[in-house]
Every structure is written in structure tokens, then in C-alpha cells.
Ligand binder design. Structure first.
Ligand SMILES: C[S@@+](CC[C@H](N)C(=O)[O-])C[C@H]1O[C@@H](n2cnc3c(N)ncnc32)[C@H](O)[C@@H]1O
Length: 253
């Protein structure tokens, strides 16, 4: 009988999403109280040129409204979607709030801007990433744009157990991390511990690192033109629906 040494093929790690700490957790493991108590950190100030007053915005994964409320201050007309009722409860009633899974969202309405923030595009499951972009395509106006933020790959690839960032009052610590290769990037399973004052929360999640090329392929497959970067770090990307013009030959009478 022939015998072969075992081949060391790294297995894809199971996708994990869970959380612990005071208050409820959303299905993706995010803690409602952590988001409610985390201040807006200026994340979307750079988007202001694309969000003039009156812009209709669909924010996917709005949480407790940390970014949503700033969009309202910009003068945008905002619809916020989240699948956690506990998160949405904290979003102002000046926002049209929708409790739904992004993957199956069907509002029968189109928006000037669809916003997919917070590194949600980095979901570890490729089918979910596609479903997020398809939902954006169903809801963006023909002259509108999808604006998304990817997670910084360098950080996901370099973070080590014990790394701590933040201040004496608020901090974040890496308590577990494991990485494995994937055709689109690197799969990263990570557990973070957050602290605000005397309260602590943990969040265990799975993400994939994404360079611009796989994101561009995904966007184009769902009917968008290749994206443009909006910031120097090229983490914020904007993609417009692919124009039908030019795809068909001019009409010959
Ligand atoms: C990382 S939090 C970000 C919240 C908010 N954007 C912020 O920056 O404060 C992600 C949010 O997306 C929601 N979420 C995650 N996956 C979702 C899905 N498939 N459908 C709807 N909401 C989802 C979670 O409930 C959570 O509130």
C-alpha cells in the first residue's frame, strides 16, 4: 500500500462573530453600548464635498447612528439600515430607520449616495461581500455613487496579541489573532477588547484583507465602474454605476 505524507493545506478558518460585555450585542458581535458610548471621531468629514445639503443617503450598517447623525448635520436626507433593533433604537427619528439585512434589502427607492462604511466590505464571506455590493447597486441612482470604506490591510496583517491603542479613558487591545491565506486576500480572525472607563467589551470577528483590485472586480461584476479613491490612504472608494452609453452601437435609421 502506498503511503503519502500528510499534505499541509491550511484549512479556511471558520467565520466567527460574537461579543461580550454590558448591554446587548448585534448579530455581528458588535456591542450596542460600546457604539452608543463611542464618540464620532471625524471619520466622514473628508466626504463632505460629495454630501452637499439635500443629498439623499442610504447608510448600510448604521449602528447607533454615530455617522448617521453627522450626515443629518451635513443637511443630508438619511435612511439608515441595520439588522439590530437594539442598535437602531438609538438612531434619531430625524432619520428614516429600517431594520433589515443588507443582503436582502429592497426599498424600491434610489439614493444619491449609498454609504457602506466601517470596513463592512471586508466581510470574510465572499457571498456576503457580493450581496452587500448588489444591495448598493439596487439602491443607487443612475447618476449617484456608492461610497465605501475598506479596512487598512497593513493593520490587519501586522496587529499582534497585546497591542494596545487609545488613551487612559478609552482603549482597544488585541487579545487573539489568527491569519490564513485566501485567493482574494488574507483571512483574519481577531478578538479585540475595548474599554471605556471601567466597562469592557470583547468583539470576535472574521474579516478578509482587501486590496483595491479585488474590490474593483467585485464592483464591476455588480454593474459599477472601477472605483476612485477619495483619500490619500486609498481606504475610501467611490464607484458610480456603469453607464449604458457606449455599450451599444449608435442607432442606425
Ligand atoms: C461595525 S458596526 C458600525 C456601525 C456604524 N457604521 C458606526 O461606525 O458606528 C456594524 C453595524 O452593521 C450592522 N450589520 C452588520 N451586518 C449587517 C447586515 N448583514 N445587515 C444589516 N446590518 C448589519 C451591525 O448590526 C452594526 O450595527
Amino acid at each position: 500500500m502506498e503511503s503519502h505524507p500528510p499534505v499541509n493545506v491550511p484549512a479556511s478558518p471558520p467565520i466567527q462573530f460574537s461579543g461580550t460585555g454590558p448591554g446587548p450585542q448585534a448579530a455581528d458581535g458588535c456591542s450596542v453600548e460600546l457604539y452608543r458610548r463611542s464618540a464620532y471621531a471625524g471619520e466622514i468629514e473628508l466626504l463632505r464635498p460629495w454630501l452637499p445639503p439635500g443629498t439623499s443617503v442610504l447608510e448600510l450598517g448604521c449602528g447607533t447612528g454615530r455617522l448617521t447623525h453627522r450626515l443629518v448635520e451635513f443637511g443630508c436626507r438619511v435612511t439608515g439600515v441595520d439588522n439590530s433593533a437594539d442598535m437602531l433604537r438609538h438612531v434619531s427619528d430625524t432619520v428614516h430607520r429600517v431594520q433589515a439585512d443588507i443582503e436582502t434589502l429592497q426599498l424600491h427607492q434610489r439614493f444619491d449616495v449609498v454609504l457602506l462604511p466601517s470596513g463592512m466590505i471586508n466581510h470574510a464571506d465572499g457571498a456576503v461581500r457580493r450581496a452587500f455590493v448588489a444591495a448598493a447597486a439596487r439602491h443607487v441612482a443612475s447618476a449617484g455613487q456608492l461610497i465605501l470604506k475598506r479596512q487598512p490591510p497593513q493593520w490587519l496583517l501586522s496587529a499582534q496579541v497585546g497591542d494596545v491603542s487609545g488613551s487612559a479613558d478609552e482603549s482597544m487591545e488585541v487579545v487573539a489573532v489568527a491569519r490564513s491565506p485566501d485567493p482574494e486576500g488574507t483571512q483574519v480572525r481577531m478578538t479585540l477588547r475595548y474599554r471605556i472607563g471601567h466597562d469592557t467589551w470583547t468583539h470576535a470577528f472574521s474579516v478578509i484583507t482587501l486590496d483595491e483590485a479585488p474590490i474593483s472586480r467585485l464592483l464591476v461584476a455588480e454593474g459599477f465602474a472601477p472605483p476612485e479613491a477619495l483619500d490619500a490612504g486609498r481606504l475610501w472608494l467611490s464607484a458610480r454605476p456603469q453607464s449604458l452609453q457606449g455599450l451599444f452601437p449608435p442607432h442606425q435609421p
